[in-house]
Ligand binder design. Sequence first.
Ligand code: GDP
Length: 296
Amino acid sequence: MFEGLSEKLSGIFDTLTRRGALSESDVNAAMREVRRALLEADVALDVVRDFTEKVRAQAVGANVVKSVTPGQMVVKIVNDVLIETLGSDASPIDLSAAPPVAIMMVGLQGAGKTTTTAKIARRLTDRMKRKVLMASLDVKRPAAQEQLAVLGRQVGVDTLPIIAGQTPVQIAQRAEQAARLQGYDVVLLDTAGRTHIDEPLMQEMAEIKRATNPHEILLVADALTGQDAVHLARNFNESVGITGIVLTRTDGDGRGGAALSMRAVTGKPIKLIGTGEKVEDLDDFNPQRIANRILG
Ligand code: GDP
């Protein structure tokens, strides 16, 4: 992720730091190049505007051009604003509720929802020693429930037994009841996706939310879809309400625009990133580490 952006920024900053003195127009010219690099990385326009304005204001406030090392100061300011845009602190999955803690996974078909559900289940089981139950609420695709069961066996996490003919809400309620009775700490609800957002999808999500009152609602979005993923996050957040985002396929995303825009556009944190197809390919989204990666 961010290969192109990182390369461009390091070129801009190399020129800036190599020069002893900087004029205000040097700084402005560099900021124009930063702006272009962000737009080429597919970062949302509003986010780019905000970003460059914040950097400019801080550079003026710190009187950068009069400092001994103006180039380094500009880089430091960009670094700080970048971390702020990405959300400052890492946001782990929040399990601070009475068990069983319900986590609802939402998103479009093919975004990686089912795979991510299994990845999260594995992480909660192995790293955090929680007893986890997964349930697929996808009654539209017959293979979906079986796919989750296969992944469950692979990661050693239980899945709710499949009963044909139940509605998503009935499955969700059965999952919560089973989790309560059998002493599970967490119940992961993998909802059905669609190829695009429509009213029935949002209604189904709202019904499941009402029936289960989940502690976390995580949107799974494909990083490769760039600005579409950002619009999707905004839409899901406005219609259903989400608590966080998991960005998948960051392994194939050289630009990183969605990762850079999502927090600023939705106000909700990216909690985790998918970095490959395997069940262990899941990482925390750590703003400081990401900023380091971008600025090299
Ligand atoms: P769903 O329809 O949203 O449940 O999507 P799936 O979980 O079935 O995933 C669709 C495809 O994306 C599968 O082939 C997954 O292996 C793949 N996939 C999911 N997450 C990632 C990821 O982070 N990186 C890569 N490269 N592939 C992923």
